[in-house]
Design a protein around this ligand. Structure first.
Ligand code: SF4
Ligand code: SF4
Length: 328
């Protein structure tokens, strides 16, 4: 069974790493995959934590660099140059973290479950990767952790757009009874149903799939598939056949994602850190910890069940949701 190590204090990171064969990272160029925060977001992983991980990798003679990809929406992170400026603004400099910061804008097509995902060049090249993921809520997938760090964060902006578009709802008039359930459950109130009409505002839709799950008549389907399924597939495209260690930070657990300048409020008190070599196990353990402190909090605040990405991840062989917890 997969080990997931829990520790409250980051000073136990070195001890936690001793449960995994970190020596295998010696002599390797190692992307440290993380989200360096959207402008005005306050909750993202901080440079001090990144430096701790960098220092541990250097101790085994690995050659780490901080790594992320450009995003599809407008703003500084849309381009490599803009993202590097923002990273600097957030304190991710060579001086602060002890290694280079690299942003990719291009990738290599990788097929998983019959779908094509453009995996960022640096991830595709790497044989050894460390993921540093901030665990928080997410409007589309309920939560963001290790799976989402790669599923959305490890691919090009073209693939990010494709994942978003692939989860758009498609309506079939003939199957609809105008019951209005979809309109009631839509977290963004973009569906309007009357006696004989169904409309939705495509621009306000986040592709969360809540309406798809709620419609008992199957009058709404995803354009391609559930976003959480696509995220799990995309994550697998990024990490398959590689040696990857995952560090999840369960602190500053906000309602929304690090991409959101207004991600607050904090919905769960700080818990600590989890370390594993399995992205599904570590996200499941993260969710279990959070649910013990604040039961179903992500489902309550975002109306999207975060377990789906874990279930899909397990189904496609991304990892296992069973784990052995080691508490330091
Ligand atoms: S839940 Fe389904 S059947 Fe009911 S109004 Fe919405 S689309 Fe139509
Ligand atoms: S996918 Fe989500 S946001 Fe879009 S219409 Fe359905 S419930 Fe609303």
């Amino acid at each position: 069974m997969t080990n997931v190590v829990f520790f409250k204090d980051i000073r136990f990171l070195h001890k936690a790493l001793s449960y995994f064969p970190l020596q295998q990272f010696a002599g390797k160029k190692v992307p440290l995959k993380l989200h360096m925060g959207e402008k005005n977001n306050q909750y993202f992983v901080k440079p001090k934590l990144a430096k701790r991980v960098v220092d541990e990798l250097k101790k085994v003679n690995a050659d780490p660099f901080l790594f992320d990809t450009t995003v599809a929406y407008h703003g500084l992170r849309h381009t490599k140059e803009g993202y590097l400026d923002l990273a600097k603004l957030h304190g991710f400099t060579k001086e602060n973290v002890g290694c280079n910061v690299v942003i990719d804008d291009t990738g290599v097509i990788t097929v998983v479950e019959g779908r094509r995902f453009e995996v960022a060049d640096r991830l595709k090249e790497a044989t050894h990767i460390v993921a540093l993921s901030h665990v928080k809520g997410h409007i589309q997938s309920g939560m963001g952790g290790a799976i989402k760090n790669f599923g959305m964060g490890g691919v090009t902006k073209e693939t990010k757009t494709k994942i978003h578009d692939g989860s758009s709802p498609v309506y079939t008039k003939d199957a609809c009874t105008y019951c209005g359930v979809c309109a009631e459950v839509c977290p963004f109130h973009v569906i309007n149903v009357s006696e004989d009409s169904w409309e939705y505002n495509e621009n306000g839709c986040f592709g969360c799939g809540v309406c798809v799950d709620a419609c008992k008549n199957k009058a709404i389907k995803n354009e391609d598939a559930d976003i959480q399924f696509l995220l799990a597939c995309s994550a697998k495209a990024c990490i398959q056949d590689k040696t990857v260690l995952y560090l999840n930070e369960l602190k500053r657990i906000a309602r929304g994602c690090d991409c959101d300048p207004n991600a607050g409020p904090i919905v769960c008190p700080d818990i600590g850190y989890l370390l594993s070599d399995d992205p599904v196990a570590i996200d499941k353990a993260s969710l279990d910890f959070i649910n013990r402190v604040k039961e179903n909090v992500f489902l309550k605040v975002n109306k999207v069940n975060p377990m789906k990405q874990i279930k899909y991840g397990e189904e496609i062989g991304l990892g296992s949701s069973s784990y052995e917890l080691i508490e330091l």
